[in-house]
Write a protein that binds this ligand. Structure first.
Ligand code: GLY
Length: 372
């Protein structure tokens, strides 16, 4: 077997491993079989992932003595909805999936969040395994147990914390991602360096372009370091009472921009996070928390990676600063009506605060919009 690195997520009785490496699909059965007494697992995936990788997963499960029943959903963010949640739960019930059975979420963030939520509410909680197939899902959404769907009121507003029993991140599946999706996922990787590991950010500045070009060793390192950081924060604060909000660096701005662009391909989630990180560092610098060089360095790296970093790179119209502020008010980090921001005292030194003058945020957004 090729080199597989394991990152434990330490959550007491709900602890699990994230296994990262090449060729993991081919060994999926060996990894999952110890978790179940049945010879079958229930795989929920989407059409694009199924076209590229389902045969390899089924062969890998079969090599480990497991057969798979498969539900294939449409690709895209619109699948993270009440409709497809109901469809998935009804399918699992029709299949007579029991609490101790294993449901496999095989796809990117949409599938992981939707299937994780279906597993959370089915029979008050069945076990599930995440096999994330996008960079974003490997470094962020498959780890930590946040599951849910979108509604007309916003993204991820309905959901549950439900930890997987295992995460298998096969680096090879990233090869079939489009360049834009990969770069968007990279927005989340940069986030980890920016929030808590300046050395990792410097490593990304040096190796990011080769990693994006496809180097599997560099990719495995970036996924592992990101997952280590996430696992450590989640183990400290599983349900986001405090430090876990650090993982939302760039997300308060990013979610507002995603809402303003209708969750469409005008702006992918990770692209919103990248722009949001640039704005969070700009705000931190304006508030005198970090040096003026820090936002410039963030933006330079995003530019080097072909990622958007300015509002003018978003096609089409955007609301004005007050409109964006209103959209930020739907953020899950709002406490007693007060928005909490993730700001930084420098690269690798983020912190959570509710103490941000609204006027400073409005002025930042107005300036960013005026530069369009
Ligand atoms: N994606 C942020 C978190 O899992 O907390």
């Amino acid at each position: 077997m090729s080199d597989v690195r394991t990152v434990p997520v330490a959550l007491g009785a709900r602890s699990y491993d994230v296994r990262i490496g090449r060729g993991l699909l081919a060994r999926a059965g060996d990894h999952i079989a110890p978790l179940t007494r049945r010879g079958t697992v229930w795989v929920v995936t989407e059409e694009t992932v199924a076209r590229h990788h389902l045969a390899a997963l089924q062969a890998g499960l079969s090599a480990g003595g497991l057969s798979a029943r498969v539900l294939t959903l449409p690709p895209g963010e619109a699948t993270k909805s009440w409709h497809w949640l109901q469809h998935t739960v009804e399918w699992l019930l029709a299949e007579r999936v029991e609490r101790r059975d294993i449901v496999v979420a095989f796809g990117g963030g949409v599938i992981g969040d939707l299937v994780g939520f279906a597993a959370a509410i089915l029979r008050r909680g069945v076990r599930f395994v995440q096999i994330p197939t996008s960079l974003l899902a490997q470094v962020d959404s498959s780890v930590g147990g946040k599951t849910g769907i979108n509604t007309a009121h916003g993204k991820n507003l309905v959901g549950a914390f439900h930890q997987p029993g295992l995460v298998l991140a096969d680096i090879d599946v990233l090869d079939t991602m489009t360049g834009r999706d990969f770069r968007a996922g990279y927005g989340e990787v940069v986030k980890y360096g920016l929030l808590g590991d300046a050395e990792f950010f410097a490593w990304l500045e040096e190796h990011g372009p080769a990693l994006a070009a496809g180097d599997p060793t560099l990719r495995a390192h970036a996924v592992r370091r990101s997952v280590e950081m996430k696992a450590e924060i989640v183990a400290r604060d599983e349900t986001e009472e405090g430090d876990r909000a650090l993982l939302n660096l760039g997300h308060t701005f990013g979610h507002a921009l995603e809402a303003a662009t209708g969750y469409s391909d005008r702006l992918l989630h990770g692209e919103g996070v990248a722009i949001g990180c640039a704005l969070a560092f700009e705000l931190s610098s304006r508030l005198g928390l970090c040096s003026q060089e820090d936002p410039s360095r963030v933006r330079a790296h995003l530019a080097a990676m072909g990622l958007r970093r300015d509002l003018h790179e978003i096609p089409g119209d955007l609301p004005d600063a007050d409109g964006l502020l209103r959209l930020m008010g739907q953020d899950k980090k709002v406490v007693a009506g007060q928005l909490r921001f993730i700001l930084a005292r420098g690269i690798g030194h983020a912190f959570v605060t509710a103490d941000v003058p609204t006027g400073a945020v409005r002025a930042l957004l107005a300036d960013a919009l005026a530069a369009r």
